[in-house]
Ligand binder design. Structure first.
Ligand SMILES: [Zn+2]
Length: 341
């Protein structure tokens, strides 16, 4: 048997389709094994009728992409929600209509190609590790409306017993605090350190003291995380203090993760990451304050993500190829990041 790796100079790199199935939209395209995006399709809304509609749309898109790229060898899906690994069985996604959906099995049966289905934050973490940082011990936190994440341990994605672990947004940091999480618990990291939390802090501050936040939004009730960002950029002290509050909570979450896993790098992505130092400086201060044995160790850096909003689907395509190669080579166990020092 001749392995593909031995032919790498002569053949073009393998291709995979990657799709990111979110609560509101589906994004994706075709990616080469070296991470190059070969085609980027326009995003379209996630069907809101039922699971069948979602499956129909996914198969239609896959059919179109395969027609244009017949060399596609695998399919990767990054999906929001609780996704079992390796079965690719989606138990539940809070913002999607489907429940108990064996997506990997259905797509494999319909296409005949190897398919992986993983949580979208996991696939984004995989993209950042494989194509960006190369770190073997890395936590990736994606901060947008919610707060998701993925953990790379010993060069592999860590998913827990059934695949639904690494929910870093639902570490409980403030159980007696006032803030409910979207998951129904109180005081999750997501409830105090996400874009939604920033918007809520902003509405509270604007309702109490008015100021630039209320002015920019046309009323306290309309303030969002974006409003707080704009006000902070304009130098508004109230808005900057809200970022300090958000960053402090984020640093507390990061300290807990580092205390558990001794990461070499923390990577922050998602829409809120665009606020840069407004968030990272207070997060770093708080992380250093709460890190275990901080005087006796070198703490990891906190860096911004490299791949932006495409990380979820690019990572799912790369993961599909990595898993396919892994199986072809007859290896057992989880896929590890290749060529890392
Ligand atoms: Zn929660």
């Amino acid at each position: 048997m001749v392995l593909r790796t031995s032919l790498r100079g002569a053949n073009p790199p393998a291709l995979a389709i990657g799709l990111d199935v979110g609560g509101t939209k589906i994004a994706g395209g075709v990616v080469a094994a070296d991470g190059r995006v070969v085609e980027r399709m326009p995003t379209f809304p996630t069907p809101s009728e039922d699971a069948t509609a979602t499956l129909t749309v996914l198969l239609s898109v896959i059919g179109e992409l395969r027609a244009r790229h017949p060399a596609v060898e695998a399919i990767g899906i990054g999906a929001a929600g609780l996704v079992e690994w390796p079965s690719g069985y989606i138990r539940w996604a809070p913002n999607n209509v489907y429940r108990a959906l064996p997506l990997r099995e259905l797509l494999h049966e319909a296409t005949g190609l190897p398919v992986v289905v993983d949580n979208d934050a996991n696939t984004a973490a995989w993209a950042e590790a494989r194509l960006g940082t190369g770190a073997s011990y890395m936590a990736f936190l994606t901060i947008g409306t919610g707060l998701g994440g993925g953990l790379i341990l010993d060069g592999q994605l860590y998913r827990g017993n059934t695949g639904i672990g690494a929910e870093v947004g639902h570490i409980v940091v403030d159980p007696d605090g006032p803030y409910e999480c979207g998951c129904g618990n109180v005081g999750c990291l997501e409830a105090v350190a996400s874009g939604s939390a920033l918007g809520r802090y902003g509405r509270e501050a604007a309702a109490n003291q008015g100021g630039l936040l209320a002015e920019l939004a046309g009323g306290a009730a309309n303030v969002t995380g974006e409003t707080v960002f704009k006000a902070a950029q304009a130098g508004d002290e109230t808005a900057r203090a809200l970022f300090a509050r958000l960053g402090r909570w984020l640093g507390i979450g990061i300290a807990s993760l580092v205390n558990l896993f001794d990461f070499q790098l923390i990577v922050i992505g998602g829409g809120v990451a665009a606020s840069g130092d407004l968030l990272l400086v207070p997060a770093r201060t708080s992380f250093e304050q709460f890190a275990f044995a901080r005087a006796h160790r070198q703490l990891p850096s906190i860096a911004l993500a490299c791949l932006g909003s495409e990380a979820g689907w690019v990572g799912s395509a790369i993961l599909a190829l990595d898993e396919r190669n892994h199986t072809r080579l007859g290896l057992t166990g989880a896929t590890a990041i290749p060529s890392l020092t």
